[in-house]
Design a protein around this ligand. Structure first.
Ligand code: GLN
Length: 483
């Protein structure tokens, strides 16, 4: 049963081949058996899952239908879940039990999903390898010596290892798409404002966006349907109707204009990845797409701009963790200053402390104009590049990552080496655009992802292209050995 996709589960539940409770028990057993190898879960919520599964079965028995009714999923551990520890991968929140559900969690629960647990992640979503978690590194099921990507690495590893069909993730600079690429999944970062951020623990508020991670585009469409929509509790949520994402999957790609940015195929890209990306382009051409070369002249400035803006916003967001109101508090503080200093010094890991310091510096009087303001101007130029490119193409295609998954520990001594891995993903966050990564093949047994970007609110187009590609390729159906 663990091989089933969300779409297959929906059919199996509808025709009564199995109940949600049976499926849930089978997957929980599999998580307990196999997850010790991967460390993809921070909390497994057996009791909650069984009671939600029973409730979903009862709703179905009463005549209710719905693709997600009884579907087992997990949430990245930065979505607040009422009554369940919500740690954000940090010692700071190790003992924090959320008193309410994030909007995404509430909406998905309302649709009938069953929460199997909370997945491991980089501390406060800062990272590209899932090595900065207080709960230890996550292993990539394709090779246990390698990282699964980050920061939604727990969701990625769990779904890739068939511990469950789909999970939520969040993407501030690539944290859905990059781990999806490194574990052979399909992952979608929606348009900024499409999915509510309420109850998502904030990293960089102008960039953060929740989205689905699954094995197929078809499943991402189902999960996104349950997540998207206007939320008055999130001031940056956008009041746009949510289309039927599954309905757009089967549109023909005949005449679809795909742009390949020349800046995404230059130095720094592993030539073996480049070859697989070109092969995916050929497949899309066979499906009727028309390929054009385009240019995004300012994307070379994306990493420096992002690594000013994201830490700046993080330094502000994380000031709330002061040892007073909630979260970790140091033992026997001498006075208030000592309480702040030691609670934050002991509660945050080194990557989070580094970002807080960089961000505080960039925002300080005297440096604000030189760093933060300049980074915001670069952000606008990057957005303008995309707007100009989308005048001539419908979708932009390129690699998701410049390199394959690296060995656990390999980049620990050099944080900037890890930052450079985000080169192709962070532009979509800076511009607020939707982006998707889908499986494009393997090099030495390690997965490679191809990235698609579209204009604002064109998630349906991304899912359509990915679904059509997945009708003529089978990369997304391959399972890692041992799982
Ligand atoms: N790797 C990027 C960072 O460390 C992106 C993380 C994310 O998208 N949450 O900031």
């Amino acid at each position: 049963m663990h091989q089933l996709t969300l779409a297959e589960i929906a059919r199996g539940l509808a025709d009564k081949s199995f109940s949600s409770e049976e499926l849930t028990r089978a997957l929980l057993a599999r998580i307990h058996q196999l997850d010790p190898q991967l460390n993809s879960f921070i909390s497994v919520t057996d009791d909650l899952a069984i009671s939600q599964a029973k409730a979903a079965d009862a709703r179905r028995a009463a005549g209710e239908t719905g693709a997600l009714l009884g579907a087992p999923i997990a949430h990245k551990d930065l979505f607040c879940t009422q009554g369940v520890r919500t740690s954000c991968g940090s010692k700071m929140l190790d003992s924090f039990t959320a008193p309410y559900d994030a909007t995404v969690v509430a909406k998905l629960a309302e649709a009938g999903t069953v929460t199997l647990g909370k997945t491991n992640m980089d501390e406060f979503a800062m990272g590209s390898a899932n090595e900065s978690s207080h709960y230890g590194a996550v292993k990539n099921p394709w090779s246990l010596e390698h990282v699964p990507g980050g920061s939604s690495g727990g969701s990625a590893a769990a779904v890739a290892a068939r511990l469950l069909p789909a999970a939520t993730g969040t993407d501030t600079g690539g944290s859905i798409r990059q781990p999806a690429a490194l574990t052979s999944l399909t992952g979608l970062k929606p348009t900024y404002g499409r999915v509510s951020r309420w109850g998502m623990i904030a990293y960089a508020s102008s960039l953060d966006q929740g989205g689905p991670m699954a094995r197929t585009a078809e499943d991402c469409a189902l999960l996104l349907q349950g997540m998207a929509g206007f939320d008055p509790k999130d001031s940056t949520s956008i009041d746009e109707p949510v289309p039927d994402y599954s309905a757009s999957l089967n549109t023909s790609l005949q005449g679809l204009r795909i742009g390949l940015p020349k800046e995404y195929f230059g130095a720094g890209l592993d030539p073996r990845i480049a070859e697989l990306i070109q092969a995916s382009v050929k497949e899309l051409e066979k499906l009727g797409a028309v390929i054009k070369e385009i240019s995004l002249p300012n994307v070379q400035h994306a990493i420096p701009a992002y690594y000013v803006i994201a830490p700046a916003e993080a330094s502000s967001n994380l000031s709330r963790f002061d040892g007073v109101r909630f979260g970790y508090r140091c033992d026997n503080p001498k006075d208030l200053t000592d309480l702040y200093k030691r609670s934050r010094g002991e509660g945050f890991g080194s990557e989070v402390q580094r970002r807080i310091m960089v961000g505080t510096y960039a925002l300080s009087a005297g440096y604000y104009d030189a760093y933060y303001l300049k980074a915001q101007k670069i952000r606008r130029l990057i957005k303008n590049d995309f707007m100009a490119a989308f005048e001539g193409v419908d979708v932009i295609l390129g690699p998701t990552t410049p390199n394959l998954a690296w060995k656990i520990g390999e980049k620990n001594a050099d944080p900037v080496a890890a930052y450079l891995e985000d080169v192709y993903t962070i532009t979509a966050n800076l511009a607020g655009l939707p982006g998707l990564s889908m499986p494009a093949g393997f090099v030495d047994g390690l997965p490679v992802g191809v990235q698609l970007l579209a204009p604002y609110f064109q998630e349906g187009r991304l899912l359509n292209v990915a679904h059509q590609y997945q009708q003529v390729t089978d990369w997304h159906t391959r399972a890692p050995n041992g799982f």
